[in-house]
Design a protein around this ligand. Sequence first.
Ligand SMILES: [Zn+2]
Length: 78
Amino acid sequence: MGNYQICDFCGNLYAKTVGKMCGDCERNYHRLRDIIVAHPGMTVLELSNHTGITVRKILTFVERGFFIMREGTIEERQ
Ligand SMILES: [Zn+2]
């Protein structure tokens, strides 16, 4: 199991990389980030509906400091 690690975000086992998350989560992160930059002020629910990424997953990114949540809207970390 040396070449695998468990993703901090979704709990999937994935081949070890330099990143902290698996490829799926990294793709989700970049999708969210692109939308947040292009459409600031979206709520978690709007983001979820727009991307198909679950609210729970988006909040996990917030909890880990990848995004900032302010009064329900998600912002890019400065
Ligand atoms: Zn993952």
